[in-house]
Design a binder for this molecule. Structure first.
Ligand SMILES: Nc1nc2c(c(=O)[nH]1)N[C@H]1C(S)=C(S)[C@@H](COP(=O)(O)OP(=O)(O)OC[C@H]3O[C@@H](n4cnc5c(=O)[nH]c(N)nc54)[C@H](O)[C@@H]3O)O[C@H]1N2
Ligand SMILES: Nc1nc2c(c(=O)[nH]1)N[C@H]1C(S)=C(S)[C@@H](COP(=O)(O)OP(=O)(O)OC[C@H]3O[C@@H](n4cnc5c(=O)[nH]c(N)nc54)[C@H](O)[C@@H]3O)O[C@H]1N2
Ligand code: SF4
Ligand SMILES: [Mo]
Length: 695
């Protein structure tokens, strides 16, 4: 029996697991003892990683759609040359930007890096990632406030904090191992506080829950800031030494009076003042946010309002503090820095001459080969397809027919494409229905590469199982197309994931996310390594759980953090007489993952999961409407679509609120094409709807 340590490729914790293998089968999965993230624990998804083998068809080959609509199975070489030929043909006929890609935060760093090299550098095509649906807001907020997309915390901070605030975040379901760290916190009198319109599973387990009106976080946070200022609950020393624009902020929030806060959030005076006192009394206050903040029409400013609270009270950089954005997918942090979509490999703008020169040198290519501007955003890509400007799309490791907001717009876009390549471990996903080419690739247990978790920790994915005769990885599929495109020398140094890792290391040199001190071999069987980890400074960075900003220096030119703020906006999609209820959406259970392609393989999850779309409705509302448990309703959305849901009755949602788990395709049939203006992240969490009982 062999033992192989690898990384769970579901959520952003990146738990490490020891797989015991016999006859090319996993016989036992044991969460790695001593690993700083999960130390001997993990959730049901990690424990069932081997279950995916059962239906990922072994030895699959690519399929190409024929004129009569049927598929023809071809060799990998034929598949590569078909896709390469089509990409070139479309670019010749319709222009360089007529082809696009949608990447992901769930592949290895090396896989989306090579995708970014082939698509963005060589082809000058647009590529965005599913991280747009998820982390784009935090990225923009960090860049503007800190000068670089650098979340500063380490998981240990959850154990050291005396006041832990979760804002729009439900770790009991979405990040169970992170919640475990909260449970391990022994600080006397520590308080866990949840701000969420819904009485989420985390709210049920917290000391305090503030069930504010949906989309009123920004108003609440400015009201709290104003109160902290009025009461002089500030860290003046930190503000003056390490921040800028505080005086402007002080003036700005004066208009956010307690009365206004009470009126807009639906919270009482006592609740808001209590929250202010809790923040003030805490010696180590940490603020944690996730999708309840990131997915909104004024999301970037809301995230920055959280950062402002941490800055003004000096709760940043010290143990147990921070304004901490929790990442979702296993390698969202990797894709933010290494997918070559919004910034260069290792960070830096595409227009920065010094970065251009450096990256060209590392990659050994002419500077003119590098991408010249940030790629079009996800919504622009879909709109571009509808407008007839984009004719070819290659998606990998994401299922947008299900997960994209207002998802019928993806379905209709897909039908317009001349080339639609879907690369996945299942050909049964919804997005593959209209594809013209399907590339079947192997799952995580059969490949190698690097992941970066929510606290900036790099960890190793190492092959647990051997591959069959025709089985190839995402890396090899992308490399194959690159070769067939005739990239030649531009692919020198990219031969294997390990080679690519070395290129990425060099690209990161002297950047905030410097990983030049990390080697491929050092990551194998390791405890993971957090960035920054520059070469030559390994001794300094010995500690296993490190945070940033301990010296109060940020990444802006002045080294000071910025107070960024803007007036609260009118809700562009308010509830109305016609659409009087609001549809909230999010994770349903620990066992279910997004579009369920993978977790439906896990029998003990599937056995207890509902097979049809459902939503939660408030007990009183259900009674008033004469709706019983599991009866069906037709929900009509402001986006013009409607869908059927079974009703589960609960007191944990507000009277006017419905909550639908995202694991059913019906959910995003109803969500709108509305985005944050700065991050272009969809506003998934508050859609005006009405409903009728199905008779
Ligand atoms: N089991 C499981 N775990 C997962 C995932 C999964 O699919 N399944 N997905 C992973 C990914 S990619 C991500 S991004 C994370 C997401 O992790 P979370 O963001 O924690 O999960 P969500 O359920 O999307 O949303 C969190 C909360 O936001 C609340 N919310 C909605 N509107 C508002 C509002 O106006 N204000 C406030 N304050 N809160 C609001 C919702 O009620 C919900 O409880 O989970 C990761 N972990
Ligand atoms: N209404 C609403 N919608 C949402 C959200 C919400 O809160 N509310 N959350 C959004 C968020 S935060 C996210 S992150 C997105 C997630 O949305 P998606 O990324 O579309 O969801 P997944 O189901 O994780 O899709 C991953 C795909 O990759 C495939 N896959 C797994 N492993 C591999 C591999 O090694 N290689 C390849 N090529 N494929 C593989 C899986 O089979 C699956 O089809 O959903 C977003 N949609
Ligand atoms: S907590 Fe996240 S990384 Fe850990 S086992 Fe569960 S899904 Fe995997
Ligand atoms: Mo996500």
């Amino acid at each position: 029996m062999k033992k192989i340590q690898s990384t769970c490729n579901y959520c952003a914790l990146d738990c490490n697991l020891d797989f015991y293998v016999e006859d090319n089968r996993v016989v036992k999965t044991v969460p790695t003892k001593g690993y700083p993230v999960n130390d001997g624990f993990c959730c049901i998804k990690g424990l069932s990683l081997d279950k995916q083998q059962t239906t990922v068809k072994p030895n699959s080959l690519p399929k190409i759609r024929q004129e009569d609509g049927s598929f023809k199975t071809v060799s990998w070489e034929e598949g590569f040359s078909h896709v390469a030929g089509k990409l070139k043909e479309l670019q010749e006929k319709y222009g360089q930007e007529s082809v696009a890609g949608i990447s992901t935060g769930q592949l290895t760093m090396e896989e989306f890096a090579i995708f970014g090299h082939v698509m963005r550098n060589y082809l000058k095509a647009n590529v965005d990632g599913n991280t747009r649906l998820c982390m784009a807001t935090a990225v923009v907020a960090h860049k503007q406030s800190y000068g670089f997309d650098a979340p500063g915390y380490t998981l240990k901070d959850l154990e050291l904090s005396d006041t832990i605030l979760f804002i729009g975040s439900n770790p009991v379901v979405a990040h169970p191992i992170l919640w475990g760290r909260v449970k391990a916190n022994n600080v006397p009198g520590r308080k866990v506080i949840v701000i969420d319109p819904r009485r989420s599973e985390t709210a049920m387990n917290a000391d305090k829950w503030y069930g504010l009106r949906w989309r009123s976080d920004l108003l609440l946070l400015y009201t709290v800031a104003n109160q902290l200022i009025e009461k002089d609950y500030l860290d003046h020393e930190f503000i003056s030494s390490h921040t800028e624009k505080f005086e402007d902020f002080r003036e700005f929030v004066k208009a956010y009076t307690l009365e206004r806060g009470i009126q807009g959030t639906g919270l009482s005076e006592g609740q808001i003042l209590e929250l202010v006192e809790l923040i003030h009394r805490g010696k180590r206050v940490s603020f944690w946010w996730t999708m309840g903040v990131n997915q909104g029409y004024e999301a970037v400013r809301t995230a920055q309002a959280i950062i402002n609270l941490a800055l003004m009270t000096g709760n940043i950089g010290r143990p147990g503090t921070g304004a901490n954005s929790i990442t979702g997918q296993c390698n969202a942090m990797g894709s933010r820095a290494y997918s070559n979509t919004a910034v260069f490999f290792g960070g830096g703008d595409f227009t920065n001459p010094a970065r251009r020169e450096r990256i060209a040198q590392v990659l050994g290519v002419e500077e003119s080969m590098l991408a010249e501007k940030p790629a079009k955003t996800y919504n622009q890509i879909i709109e571009g397809i509808h407008a007839g400007e984009i004719k070819g799309l290659w998606i990998l490791c994401t299922n947008p027919r299900h997960s994209w907001t207002n998802n019928e717009t993806f379905a209709s876009a897909a039908k317009k494409l001349e080339l639609f390549v879907v690369q996945d471990i299942y050909d049964s996903i919804e997005s593959a229905q209209d594809c013209t080419v399907f590339f079947p690739v192997v799952p995580g247990l059969k490949k190698e590469g690097t992941y970066i978790n929510l606290e900036r920790r790099l960890s190793a994915m190492r092959p647990v199982l051997d591959r069959g005769e025709h089985e190839i990885s995402d890396y090899e599929a992308i490399l194959g197309v690159g070769k067939a495109l005739g990239m030649g020398d531009a692919l020198r140094g990219w031969e294997t994931p390990r080679d690519c890792f070395n290129l990425m290391r060099e690209c990161s040199r002297n950047m905030p996310c410097d990983i030049t001190g990390v080697t491929w071999d050092a990551l194998t069987d390791s405890h993971g390594i957090q960035w920054p980890y520059p070469e030559g400074k390994e001794e300094e960075n010995r500690e296993e759980q490190r945070r940033l900003y301990g010296d109060g220096r940020f990444f802006t030119p002045s080294k000071k953090a910025q107070f960024v703020f803007e007036e609260v906006r009118e809700n562009p999609l308010p509830v109305s007489e016609e659409f009087p209820y609001v549809l909230n959406t999010g994770r349903g259970s620990v066992g279910q993952w997004h579009t369920q392609s993978r977790t439906k393989e896990v029998k003990f999850v599937e056995d207890v999961s509902l097979k049809k779309a459902y939503l939660y409705m408030n007990t009183r509302l259900a009674r008033n409407m004469g709706i019983g448990e599991m009866e069906e309703i037709q929900v009509f959305s402001v986006n013009g679509q409607n869908a059927r849901f079974a009703v589960k009755i609960t007191d944990h949602v507000q009277y006017g609120e419905l909550y639908a788990p995202i694991h059913y395709i019906e959910c995003n049939k109803l969500t709108p094409s509305l985005y944050d203006p700065y991050s272009k992240e969809p506003s998934y969490k508050a859609t005006p709807v009405r409903f009728e009982k199905v008779r």
